[in-house]
Design a binder for this molecule. Sequence first.
Ligand code: UP5
Ligand code: MG
Length: 197
Amino acid sequence: FPFSKKTVVFVLGGPGSGKGTNSAKLVEDFGFVHLSAGDLLREEQKREVSQYGELIAHNIREGIIVPHEITIGLLRNAMMDRPECNRFLIDGFPRNLVQAKAFEDTVCRAKKVLYFECPESILLERLLDRGKTSGRSDDNIESIKKRFKVYVNDSKPVIDAFEEQGRVITISCQGSVDAVYKNAYDQMAAFFKEIGQ
Ligand code: UP5
Ligand code: MG
């Protein structure tokens, strides 16, 4: 287990809940490396030599979860690229219970889960707004509806399972970007204090 001494925190929440926005800030304040599973998949999709390009493009547009062997491989490689770093934020992964078990059994157990809680109506508004400029193939109403469905059926149960184990920090994503982040910052600072780092 090359990663057993690392502090891994999963960043979860519905599509558009602010995982990326807050992760970028946590990197600045706590020295994490930010690994967005979605970003890693989008990069992999663009690589000409990738054998998974079409599969990834199709699944992202349809809001379908990419087979975890692919995603875990990308995450593991990205962690190996940063051997000097001890803190990793894994954003947007795991997206179902099978992925969660596979990652924790073969890579590293997550010390905490940061969960951005947000009503669907706000998520929809933010994603449609971002879609005006993001160029993301899944920021359109048809794809967004499919992403919400997969979130409710597959991804939310992961958060519930971690919650039962007492590993979840819940942050409301209602309020300004700064207000939401202040809460995330305070909770993260308390966590590091608790584990003596
Ligand atoms: N915004 C953020 N906070 C705000 C606030 N407080 N007030 C007002 N606006 C706020 O934020 C979304 C938008 O809201 C932005 O415009 C932001 O400015 C604004 P962002 O921080 O981007 O939210 P995030 O949660 O990161 O949203 P994202 O769309 O990235 O979440 P998804 O989970 O849908 O996307 P992801 O990239 O993780 O996955 C995409 C697809 O990849 C999946 O559907 C799936 O097909 C595939 N995938 C897998 O198969 N496996 C994986 O492990 C991961 C992904
Ligand atoms: Mg994101």
